[in-house]
Design a binder for this molecule. Sequence first.
Ligand code: CA
Ligand code: CA
Ligand code: CA
Length: 410
Amino acid sequence: MKPLLLLLLLLITACRAEPHLPPGTKALPSAAPKGRGPLALVNLNHHVLGHARVFGRKEPDLFVAGYGGPQAVHLFRWVDTAENGAPVFAEPVSVLQENADLYAGTLPSPTTVDWNGDGVLDILAGNSEGFALFFENIGSNDEPKFLPAKRVKAGGREIQVQAGYSGSLQGLQEARWGYLSPNVIDWNGDSLPDIITGDITGNYMIYLNRGTKTEPKFYAAHPLYCDGIDLHGMWRCRPAVAKIGERIALAIVDGDDQFHLYWRIDDYNVEDGGKLKLDDGKLIGTSGGIGGQSGRCKLDFFDWNQDGHMDFVIGTGRVVSIPDRETGLPMPTIGKKTLGTPLLMLNQGDNTFARPVAFRDGEGKVIQPGGAHETGAVGTMLGEDGPNLLICNEAGRMFLIPGKELKTTP
Ligand SMILES: [Ca+2]
Ligand SMILES: [Ca+2]
Ligand SMILES: [Ca+2]
């Protein structure tokens, strides 16, 4: 029995897909002095919660992985002993490292936007814990340099979306996860960026910005409505949002599991723009299966081929299957053991779309940043000679890949 088990384990390991990025690609580094930033594990399985290690003999301090992020490590210093002998620890502090990668929490979904009005694109990212993080670009658009994350607040407190008792289709085991997937656009035309989010619940919320150009300040989340009821779709998805002509378009994966277009009416209401279609007239399905195999799709409107028409750049998890469950990407086409795979769907000029293609490097290898769970992928003019691709791995590292190094032919 034992040799059989070993063989099985070896086979599973051998069949597991490995991440792939263009040769020489490095995670975006911290630009803080000495490259300091939070120390975070590089574990492509995001279920690392609540591991504690004790250091020292008498009155030891605690190092805890899984507080403040599944991969992040915090130090709890032993400062006193209570009368009953219980250790008393100080407020935890994030453990730092030098020359750190930027850390966006697990399963990040990023977007690029000039957040603080200095003309330089910054990064805003949501993550599985449900936080929204701001990475300030203290460099330029061509040579970005980012400081470690700051949590974004709304309504006077940090944004943190969690499923709670009823918010996850996988039940209570997911109660503390949020899979916050933000997008940013000036929704109400006052020239301040607003946040629109998808998350674990499948609801879509807006956070209106009532701050200033240099200091965004957000109202608490408010639902978006269509025909008077909450806009709702598949779980763990990110909405695409863009100004198209004079109107603001919002695309989501709807409750039927298909790409669906809406148009802004006012601050909290959208009107139905109909289901989006492939250029052969077929609807665009998303999930590879039901339940846990559904949703997990991060949509981004971006004109990748610069022809004046908004394309879709899409972050996926392994189990996603666009545009149908038989022939879609990534799982049916690449194989069951594949990983989350950024995809591109080109607009054919009439708001119908070509079938998705993966991004490939110069040698034709499919780009997969790492992890089977879904992470975001967006087109951006950050970095020289855009458009470029910003993607993340499951362990919260971000990669800016020059568009010129990528092939998107079917
Ligand atoms: Ca900026
Ligand atoms: Ca606004
Ligand atoms: Ca285009």
